[in-house]
Write a protein that binds this ligand. Structure first.
Ligand SMILES: CC(C)(COP(=O)(O)OP(=O)(O)OC[C@H]1O[C@@H](n2cnc3c(N)ncnc32)[C@H](O)[C@@H]1OP(=O)(O)O)[C@@H](O)C(=O)NCCC(=O)NCCS
Length: 160
C-alpha cells in the first residue's frame, strides 16, 4: 500500500459522502450515506489516503452490546488492488475490539473478500434489526436479503 489508513476527520466528510453515494447510485452495491449519516458515526470511520487524495472509506455501526457492522467499505476505482480495503478492514476491526466489540457482521456484495478475514456466511435472519432498518433504504431491494433482487450475503465474524 502506497498510502495510509487514518481516522476520518470532519473536513473529509463531504468527499466521503460523495464517493459512497456515487458508487451506491451507479452500482447499487452499497447504501448511500449523507454527510449527516457519516458525521454521526465519524469516530468509527477510517479513510485511506494516497498522498492528498481520499481513496477509501470504512465505518463501523454498533447495533447492540458487543456487536458491530462493517459499513461503507469502498476503495475508489483506479486505486483498487493496492491493499487499501484490507488496511481499512484491519483498522476497523482493531478499533472495534478496543471498543469491546467481539462480534462483527457485514451484508456484503463481495463475500469472498470478507472471507479472507475469517468472516463466514450466516443466515441473514440472525440480524432482523438490520434488515428492518436498513434494507428498506436499499435502491435495489426494499424487501431485504431473501428477496430475489438482493445480491448480498450476510457474514459474521466472532472474536470471542
Ligand atoms: C471490494 C473492494 C472494497 C476491495 O478493495 P481493494 O482496495 O481493491 O482491496 P485490496 O486491495 O485490499 O484487496 C486485497 C485482496 O482481496 C482481493 N479482492 C479484492 N476484491 C475482492 C472481491 N470482490 N472478492 C474477493 N477478493 C477480492 C484482491 O484481489 C486482493 O488479493 P491479493 O492480496 O491476493 O492480491 C473494492 O473492490 C470496492 O470498493 N468495490 C466496490 C464497493 C464494494 O463492493 N464494497 C464492499 C461492499 S460489501
Amino acid at each position: 500500500m502506497k498510502g495510509r489508513i487514518v481516522p476520518a476527520v470532519a473536513e473529509k466528510v463531504k468527499e466521503m459522502s460523495a464517493g459512497i453515494c456515487e458508487e451506491a447510485e451507479s452500482r447499487k452495491n452499497m447504501l448511500p450515506k449523507s454527510q449527516a449519516d457519516i458525521m454521526v458515526l465519524l469516530p468509527t470511520y477510517f479513510i485511506a489516503m494516497e498522498g492528498d487524495q481520499l481513496v477509501g472509506t470504512c465505518g463501523l455501526k454498533i447495533w447492540s452490546i458487543g456487536q458491530g457492522e462493517i459499513i461503507s467499505l469502498l476503495t475508489w476505482e483506479g486505486f483498487r488492488g493496492r491493499g487499501y480495503a484490507t488496511g481499512l478492514i484491519e483498522a476497523t476491526i482493531k478499533k472495534g475490539r478496543k471498543l469491546g466489540l467481539r462480534e462483527f457482521f457485514v451484508l456484503a456484495v463481495s463475500p469472498d473478500f470478507f472471507r479472507r478475514f475469517g468472516f463466514a456466511s450466516v443466515d441473514y435472519r440472525v440480524f432482523p434489526v438490520k434488515l428492518w432498518s436498513d434494507c428498506a433504504h436499499c435502491k435495489r431491494n426494499a424487501a431485504g436479503p431473501g428477496d430475489k433482487e438482493c445480491k448480498k450475503t450476510m457474514l459474521h465474524l466472532s472474536l470471542r
